[in-house]
Design a protein around this ligand. Sequence first.
Ligand code: CUA
Length: 305
Amino acid sequence: MKEASIAKMVLVMSLVVFVVVAGLIAYSVVRFRAPAGEQRSEPPQVYGSAQVEAAWTAVPLIIVMILMLATGRVIHEVQAAPQPPNALEVTVIGRQWWWEIRYPKLGVVTANELHVPVSDSLVHRPTFITLESTDVIHSFWVPRIAGKIDMIPNRTNHMWVEPFEQGTYLGQCAEYCGTQHTLMLLRIVADSPEQFARWVAQQRQTAATAPTEPVAAAGRRVFLGTVCSSCHSVAGTSAKGRYGPDLTHLMSRETIGAGAAPNLRSTLRAWVRNPDQAKHGVLMPPMQIDDAYVDQLVDYLLTLR
Ligand code: CUA
């Protein structure tokens, strides 16, 4: 590959420089050694030689130019690599302090947990990711899968990922983006193709029908009747807010608050009562909801599977 050939080239050039420099030092050590018992004196010192000065300025300059041009070409080629034709397309949008994840061609919207199909040696299933930001600079980084790429407001960056092993890969926002930068965690879940297809089918469903259980049904009325729905969406209902994470399939996610806590009844309840306690600095305000309503709301959230 191009990257390997440039690595070899740099290695060979460095080796030549090393051999020349180390050889000259070794030669001088031996050649100008004072014979035993003799008075030590310096060899003749050379000052003001224009030729020598020019030579040791020009040679390194040429070497650096060669390295710079070769590296520039490889970077350009790597950047211009075309999107694989069968790639799954995902848009990940950095927000303070969570990740919005959209699969535009599949009609799926989720948050903080990016599901992708796993590749194997026979079939490649790359995922092409468009990276954006709505507020400040964030950086998408899942170390076991790929390098980091910044998410910059008013700019679109691209990368693709292609895990070969199923499982969950942990990531983290890698650009300081404010109070909750530390708790802007990310997961890539690499599913088998069958699991991924099931996940997509499930994520595409709406939550149109109200839960039959009375407490959860009451919670749904609270959710749709208060400010919850101005920031959050639940597909199939009147809740169409875009500011906070889409909650249509909240319970299919392992964590809440972009990895701030595991997704359990107890943590959800604590979150709804006072999000700032679970994630200090979070932009969701404490809604001062009565405890009875909090319980109804949580029961409703637990139905969003
Ligand atoms: Cu987002 Cu740091």
